[in-house]
Design a protein around this ligand. Structure first.
Ligand code: ACO
Length: 181
């Protein structure tokens, strides 16, 4: 019984408070308030929200999950070596996923998978876009399973990439190729 009816929509300014709260709850890294402002106003960042329309607590439009991403130039990125890039391809771009999260009570329902599909669909709609990529902290097993299931390839390990409470943690770099390289 009672499968929630999840839908996906762009993030908007009214999502600011809850977006910031969920980031604070589920990520070990603190983000500047400027980051959240940029997300909700779409300044250099694209973002999607998941909401549960079947909620009857007056919160049927409140965020339960989100993904935030940025379009970057391939030539300025750390994965330019993975692409068959030469200077004639100076307009090539990539989509970099900044943050992805789903609140606890809505996990394992496929919501993060759907949010990633939104990003892949968006990246595929950009003619110059070659790939979607992201970093994940090395102990985050659920996230790594998710990316592998979504056909991302784990490309490299980056020692000490994250600094959290004065401690370094490795990251893995995952890439999903939108175009054959
Ligand atoms: N253990 C192992 N694998 C898991 C787990 C888990 N607890 N949870 C999800 N997965 C993997 C599985 O492969 C699963 O596929 P399956 O159900 O066929 O086995 C797959 O993820 C898809 O799961 P979804 O239901 O789509 O994922 P969900 O909506 O639960 O969200 C997420 C997953 C985003 C990792 C969630 O657990 C979360 O918000 N965690 C905290 C924040 C976080 O770690 N975000 C990602 C950091 S990396 C970044 O932001 C770029």
């Amino acid at each position: 019984c009672c499968h929630p009816t999840i839908s996906y929509r762009p993030i908007r300014p009214s999502d600011l408070e809850i977006l910031e709260q969920i980031h604070g709850d589920i990520f070990p890294i603190r983000y500047e308030s400027e980051f959240f402002q940029n997300v909700v106003h779409g300044r250099g960042i694209v973002a999607w929200a998941a909401v549960d329309h079947s909620r009857d607590d007056g919160k049927s439009d409140e965020l339960i999950g989100f993904v935030t991403a940025r379009v970057v130039l391939a030539k300025d990125s750390e994965i330019v070596d993975l692409l068959n890039y030469n200077s004639a391809e100076s307009e090539w771009s990539l989509v970099y996923i900044l943050t992805l999260g789903v609140i606890d009570s809505y996990r394992n329902l496929g919501i993060a998978s759907s949010l990633i599909l939104e990003v892949i669909k968006y990246a595929s709609s950009i003619p110059t876009c070659q790939a979607v990529y992201l970093h994940v902290i090395s102990y985050n097993i659920p996230a790594m399973h998710l990316y592998k299931k979504m056909s991302f390839k784990c490309i490299r390990r980056l020692p000490g990439f994250y600094l959290i409470d004065s401690k370094h943690y490795d990251a893995y770099l995952f890439v999903y190729f939108v175009k054959a390289c």
